[in-house]
Design a protein around this ligand. Sequence first.
Ligand code: NAG
Ligand code: NAG
Length: 420
Amino acid sequence: MKTTTIVAALTALLATADAQYVKPPKTTTTKTTTTTVAPAPTSFPKPYQGNPWVNAEQFINPKFPADVRKAANKLQAAGFPNLAEKAMESAKYSTFIWLDNIASIEEKLIPSLAKAEKDRKKIFGGKKLLVPIIIYNLPERDCSAMASAGELFLNQDGHRKYREEYIDVIKRHIAKYPNLRFALIIEPDSLPNIATNMAVPKCAGAQDAYISGIAYAIRAFQANNIAIYLDIGHGNWLNWGEESRLNGIAPYVNATRLAAPATYRGFASGVSNYRPLWDPTGAGRDETTFATEMGKVAEEAGLPSKWIIDTSRNGVYPPHEGYLEHGGWCNVRGAGMGPRPGLFSNSSLPNIDALVWAKTPGESDGTADRSAERFDENCVGPQAMLNAPEAGAWFQEQFVMLVRNANPPLTDSPEYSWDY
Ligand SMILES: *[C@@H]1O[C@H](CO)[C@@H](O)[C@H](O)[C@H]1NC(C)=O
Ligand SMILES: *[C@@H]1O[C@H](CO)[C@@H](O)[C@H](O)[C@H]1NC(C)=O
């Protein structure tokens, strides 16, 4: 498709989105569309301006080093001191804090913020401390799969709970820390599912809830110390040509229009996936190509288009023979930790802000137990490791594999900046 065609198609899309959101349709489904977003305030504070990784140290989420320490002790006890040492090396890096249910506000957010405020005072030279957080609790979450299904449902007041008991509460806690800087990834997999999985009834039913929930989150987190990135799947999901990119951007256009004049910085790709930065097969479904090509489509649609990429498990590509045929997202065999998180600088890729470790290495993608409520076939597929625990639970075998296969290897490597 030519650029002019894209622009024409997007203009049409914007016009319909405008029409819808200026004057909401009077159908029975409007209950979920229109009542969920507070009346638009006329102005918002400006979000963080610029790349938040510049002139910042990254907060170390204390849960990861604690888990790694236990894992390393086991390796030491089992007679693998070298692996134990490499494991400890990985604990130096910043991983995102997953707020994946309402309880995690008490359990993870509050203690992390208190720790970050202490850490901040040890940083000199005018640098800020950057705290990375994932917002992940939409009603009907993980609509096309089972493994990460959430706690909120539309028929159980999920809309209101998401806004009032989750987003608003997080916002209040973050607002107490004006001297910290925040990077937020909003709702992994949600809008890509709206773009591609409308044949799945749970996704079709969640469309309005996802778009209005995300617009609500964008509005809630407008502050001059917060940079927001909307999750945008990965290159092997939305980068199968121009039509795929155009379909892919549509729900983002809708969410952006609904949130306006509130805004965000751009997108997060590859979250919890295994896609490489550069695809050696040249198929173009890698994350840097995705950032470039989808970034252009976003810009043409008038959206902000800075990018961050999850490299926590993308060090080996393909991770094993047969992966290219099967794809696969659940506890993929043969994977290794990828490039260390930090500021990204490559002048050919000016829209990429940073590489991040969004998925915590060692936390499972989903259970391999067929009798579990959240069992997903993919977690026993040909690409998956055996005997995985529930999503988010520590998976020692996987962690050891990721350490062993890390690329670049885990040695005493320098700090946070990923300079080329
Ligand atoms: C975007 O909004 C338009 C107008 O309401 C709607 O027709 C379309 O289905 C929405 N598309 C997506 C992908 O959300
Ligand atoms: C910078 O990005 C370009 C474009 O993707 C790539 O070809 C090049 O290898 C990158 N440079 C380095 C040093 O990795």
